[in-house]
Design a binder for this molecule. Structure first.
Ligand SMILES: N[C@@H](CCC(=O)N[C@@H](CS)C(=O)NCC(=O)O)C(=O)O
Length: 218
């Protein structure tokens, strides 16, 4: 294995933010390929990018010529090829719990708020910017209300979502908090989430992956 990694991403993309955190935690420095989601009608729709990734979404990770899409698959792949530090707990219950939290975000909250969903709301239903923001606040709010209960009521919640070290749950949660802040939700409404976010952002792997610290940040 030559161990050459390339990450296709965009500074503001929360799914790419997830991939960046996981790569940082594993000590992998990929070549960064920037796909601007708004320029040129969305570079994710360019012929060149579509040829690489037919999903027309980011992130995409290329490792020694192998393409891996879907941030959750990327995280689990990285955990398999670089086991330390682990981002999944050792026990089956723990793994189920962190996947549960990660999936609330990656499967329930994030997809309905994606750029292409907002673009469709505008194109088909004439939803203006304020309506799109209200839509996002609604779905993030419902998801975070549930997550706050799940996290605050569990004895397994520690400094991070599960214990005191970062897992895929935190890797999904922190980028979703950034999205929540973009639509002016006050994270303090959810004290456990706010506490975990503040703690995680002090971790170098999370801080370095933050949108504001990316070379393509605007
Ligand atoms: N389930 C995918 C979601 C990927 C995704 O939706 N990425 C967004 C950015 S966060 C995107 O590329 N959006 C482009 C668009 O909607 O056209 C994953 O977890 O990787």
């Amino acid at each position: 294995m030559k161990d050459e990694f390339a990450l296709y991403g965009y500074f503001r993309s929360s799914a790419a933010f997830r991939a960046r955190i996981a790569l940082n935690l594993k000590g992998i420095k990929p070549e960064l390929c920037f796909i601007h989601l708004l320029k040129d009608g969305g570079q994710q729709h360019s012929a060149e990018y579509k040829a690489l990734n037919p999903l027309e979404l980011i992130p995409a990770l290329v490792h020694d010529g192998h393409l891996i899409t879907q941030s959750l698959a990327i995280m689990e792949y990285l955990d398999e090829i670089v086991p330390l530090p682990p981002i999944l707990p050792k026990d089956a219950f723990g793994r189920a719990r962190v996947r549960e939290i990660a999936y609330v975000i990656a499967c329930d909250i994030h997809p309905v708020n994606n750029l292409r969903v907002n673009q469709y709301l505008k194109a088909k239903f004439d939803a203006d910017g304020d309506t799109q923001v209200a839509w996002q606040r609604h779905w993030i709010g419902i998801g975070f209300d549930a997550l706050e209960k799940m996290l605050s009521l569990s004895k397994d919640t520690g400094a991070f979502c599960h214990g005191d070290t970062p897992t895929i749950a935190d890797i999904c949660l922190i980028p979703q908090c950034a999205n929540a802040r973009r639509v002016k939700l006050e994270i303090e409404r959810w004290p456990t989430i706010a506490r975990i976010e503040a703690h995680a952002l002090k971790h170098p792997a999370f801080a370095a992956a933050h949108p504001k610290n990316q070379p393509d940040a605007e």
